[in-house]
Design a protein around this ligand. Structure first.
Ligand code: SF4
Ligand code: MG
Length: 297
C-alpha cells in the first residue's frame, strides 16, 4: 500500500463514512495519473466545499446524470492530445449511477468507452435525506419507503447494475467491498490495465442512512459479504468467478446492527435469507458451468 493518500483528510463526510474509506482505497490503487469525473452525491458534496478540495488528482464535478458521458469526453480529449496513459474514472453513488445517470452509464458501456465506471453504493440518496434508490435493498426503511403499520420499508429487491453492465458486453465487471481492501485494490488495478470499458460496483455502508454505529462500518461491510447479501465476484470477458466463497453469517446477523431493518419480522427476514440462499446457489452453479455471460445475456 502506498503511504500517501490521494484523498486528503479534513473533508466533511460523517464519521465512519463507508464511501470515504472506499474512495481512499480506490485512489491508492489507481495512483495519481487519473482524472475523476464525479456525479453529484455525498462524496462530491463533502469533499469539495468551495473553495476547498480533498482531491489530489484532477477532479471534475458533473451533474447527477452525466458522469459517464463527461468521462467519455475527457477520454476523447486525451486521445486527441496523444495522451494514452492517463486513466479516466467516472464515479458516482447509487443515485448517480444506478438511477439518474443510468442512461449515460449504459451509453458508455454500449460504446465501449476506454474508461472505468465506479459506483459507490450506499443504497440510498444519502446526502439529500436518505431517500430510496433502485439500489436500496428489500425491507430497508428510508424517508421515501418508511416502515410503518402498512409498510415493510422498500418492497422491491435491489437493482442489479453489475449484471446489467455485463449484459452490455462489458469486458470487465467486478463487485467489491471496502472491508476486503486487497481484493478491491487488485480489482481496480486489473480494471485499469484493460482497454475498453470497465465497471465496478462497491457496497459502502453509510452510518446515517443505515442507522448504524459509525465504529461498525467495516464490520457491517464485512458481514454483507460473509452473509451472501453482497457477493464479491469478477466477470472477465464474460467469465464469472467469485473472489470470496465462504458464507459464514446469516442474513439476520448482517441486518441486526442496522436501524433501517429493525422493524422487520422473522418471516420477512426468512424471505430475505431464502432469496440470498437461492442467489448464492445460482451464482455457484453459474461459476461451475463456465457459461459465458456476455454470450448469453
Ligand atoms: Fe458518508 Fe452517509 Fe454521511 Fe454521506 S450521509 S457522508 S455516505 S456517512
Ligand atoms: Mg447513495
Amino acid at each position: 500500500m502506498p503511504s500517501t493518500d490521494l484523498l486528503a483528510p479534513g473533508h466533511r463526510t460523517c464519521a465512519g463514512c463507508g464511501p470515504a474509506i472506499t474512495i481512499r482505497e480506490v485512489l491508492r490503487a489507481a495512483g495519481p495519473d487519473i482524472i475523476v469525473c464525479e456525479a453529484t452525491g455525498c462524496m462530491e458534496v463533502t469533499t469539495t466545499p468551495y473553495p476547498e478540495s480533498s482531491w489530489k488528482v484532477p477532479w471534475i464535478h458533473v451533474t447527477f446524470e452525466n458522469a459517464a458521458s463527461v468521462a467519455s469526453g475527457v477520454k476523447a480529449a486525451l486521445r486527441t492530445q496523444g495522451n494514452d496513459h492517463t486513466q479516466v474514472i467516472a464515479l458516482g453513488g447509487d443515485g448517480g449511477m444506478v438511477d439518474i445517470g443510468f442512461a449515460a452509464v449504459s451509453g458508455a458501456l454500449e460504446r465501449n468507452e476506454d474508461i472505468l465506471i465506479i459506483t459507490y453504493d450506499n443504497e440510498a440518496y444519502a446526502n439529500t435525506g436518505v431517500q430510496r434508490s433502485g439500489a436500496t435493498p428489500f425491507g430497508a426503511s428510508t424517508t421515501t419507503s418508511p416502515a410503518g403499520e402498512d409498510s415493510i420499508g422498500k418492497p422491491e429487491w435491489k437493482k442489479n447494475l453489475p449484471m446489467i453492465a455485463a449484459a452490455h458486453g462489458c469486458k470487465y465487471v467486478a463487485t467489491a467491498s471496502p472491508a476486503f481492501a486487497a481484493d478491491l485494490q487488485n480489482k481496480i488495478k486489473k480494471a485499469l490495465s484493460i482497454k475498453g470499458v470497465k465497471y465496478m460496483h462497491i457496497l459502502a455502508p453509510c452510518p446515517i442512512g443505515w442507522r448504524s454505529d459509525s465504529s461498525q462500518t467495516i464490520q457491517i461491510a464485512k458481514a454483507a459479504v460473509q452473509s451472501g447479501m453482497w457477493v464479491l465476484y469478477e466477470i472477465e470477458n464474460g467469465n464469472f468467478k467469485r473472489t470470496f466463497t465462504q458464507k459464514t453469517k446469516t442474513v439476520k446477523e448482517y441486518l441486526t446492527p442496522q436501524g433501517r431493518f429493525k422493524h422487520l419480522k422473522d418471516e420477512q427476514i426468512a424471505k430475505m435469507q431464502e432469496h440470498v440462499d437461492n442467489t448464492w446457489k445460482e451464482l455457484e452453479n453459474l461459476e461451475k458451468s463456465g457459461v459465458n455471460l456476455v454470450r448469453i445475456l
